[in-house]
Design a binder for this molecule. Structure first.
Ligand SMILES: [Zn+2]
Length: 420
């Protein structure tokens, strides 16, 4: 497949990214654009307009996913489509490129394919998914709604008192949450899904490689560690008679960190939440609760480190650990990865195969047997989910080029090796 006529226009892509970054922009330079907030709704309206200007047929489904379709020049047909996309929402105080890159680059890829005159045998779709970041309850809402992977009742749940549920916010924009099943689509409508995303870590920048080809998304385990002590007066109880829950917890934190570090580079572990009770300056801590987040591409490694940590926790007096959530990892499709590699090779762009420590909408597709791939570009300083999130536009341009080339390559299927 000769893809040399497909040319991404860096200026146009840059302008779209900058324009989209104005919706929800904060004084800090980051954005506040949680899913279905006012800023998100405005951004969605603007983006739908950009999609229409780009020649896509645009509709919105019952889960508020935005779907833009570009039919082949010969007219619509029943062939399964090649899809790309990402999300338009951001975490609270997030950055301008997480998700935004994937949808803007997807749009640019489709425009470039159309302008190239290449006559595709199937339609292409650009999918803008709702609430990938899980600001209502759980993440990747839109993509899971599309393939009937929602949990019972999750649309009614929210992240805390006073916060809206998805059902409520969908109603606010005029949708009927009871009709969520209308968002469902058959996996047979899709030939493949590709997502371009910022790496959200420092690996590519450190290696000075512009493209990452993701081979899988990590297994995830989340746990709650609880340490019980005895609260009491901070002035009257001598040190040797105390059972201070925080002191015991501090020992556990250090030991957990040691255990994860010594398990090697394949696994990461984080204690990010820490609650001390009663939590007053003049009371000895009676209870501590902390979170533990473990991630690895290697499921056995994750299980063995988790067991080791359990032993550490149980060796402390009156301490326990329970599982809050486990999520299986996902393997990306080997043929899609090969197509990505070929696109990189033909453009002379260095690439690196790597795992992803974060979840993305693309991980929903393998769950329903749709071949999927993720392409990463570096983010400056490895920073993400913060106002400092930055990219280099030439990297975005290269990523969009690999995306467009690979979409075309996959549309013609089979040619996963160079044609004569
Ligand atoms: Zn994202």
């Amino acid at each position: 497949m000769d893809t040399s006529s497909i040319r991404i226009k860096e200026d146009r892509l840059r302008q779209d990214l900058l324009d989209l970054g104005r919706f929800g922009e904060m004084a800090s330079g980051g954005i506040g654009r949680t899913a279905l907030s006012d800023a998100d709704l405005e951004a969605r309206r603007w983006f739908k307009e950009r999609m229409r200007e780009g020649g896509l047929k645009v509709r919105e489904d019952a889960a508020a996913n935005i779907i833009g379709r570009m039919d082949p020049p010969s007219g619509p047909n029943e062939e399964p489509c090649i899809a790309t996309g990402s999300h338009i929402d951001a975490v609270a105080q997030g950055g301008k490129y997480d998700g935004a890159l994937g949808i803007c680059a997807g749009l640019e890829a489709l425009r470039a394919i159309r302008e190239s005159g290449v006559s595709l045998p199937c339609s292409c779709e650009l999918l803008v998914f709702t609430d990938e970041e899980g600001s209502h309850f759980a993440g990747t809402f839109g993509s899971r709604a599309m393939f009937n992977l929602l949990q019972e009742g999750e649309m009614e749940k929210s992240r805390g008192a006073g916060m809206a549920s998805l059902a409520k916010d969908l109603k606010r924009m005029g949708k009927d949450p009871q009709k969520i099943a209308e968002a469902r689509r058959s996996p047979s409508e899709f030939q493949a899904f590709l997502e371009l995303h910022i790496e959200q870590g420092p690996v590519l920048e450190e290696m000075e490689v512009p493209i990452g080809i993701v081979d899988g998304i990590v297994h995830l385990g989340r746990y709650l560690i609880r340490v019980i002590g005895k609260s009491g007066h901070a002035g009257t109880i001598p040190m040797h008679l105390r059972d201070d829950a925080l002191i015991k917890a501090a020992g556990i934190v250090t030991a957990v960190n040691e255990a994860v570090r010594s398990a090697g580079p394949e696994i990461v572990g984080t204690i990010g939440e820490f609650r001390v009770q009663p939590g007053a300056i003049n009371i000895i801590p009676g209870q501590v609760e902390m979170s533990l987040d473990l991630r690895s591409m290697n499921e056995e490694k994750l299980t063995s480190v988790k067991r080791q940590i359990e032993k550490i926790v149980l060796s402390a007096e009156k301490a326990g650990m329970e599982t809050v959530l486990t999520k299986g990892g996902v393997r990306m499709d080997p043929d899609v990865m090969m197509a990505d590699e070929l696109s990189c090779r033909e453009r002379g762009i260095p690439f690196h195969r790597m795992g992803s420590g974060a979840g993305h909408d693309a991980m929903t597709f393998p769950m329903v047997n749709i071949p999927a791939g993720i392409i990463f570009i570096p983010c400056v300083g490895g920073k993400s989910h913060c106002p400092d999130e930055e990219i280099r536009f030439e990297d975005a341009c290269r990523g969009a080029q690999v995306l467009a080339d690979t979409m075309v390559r996959l549309a013609f299927r089979g040619p996963l090796h160079p044609l004569p």
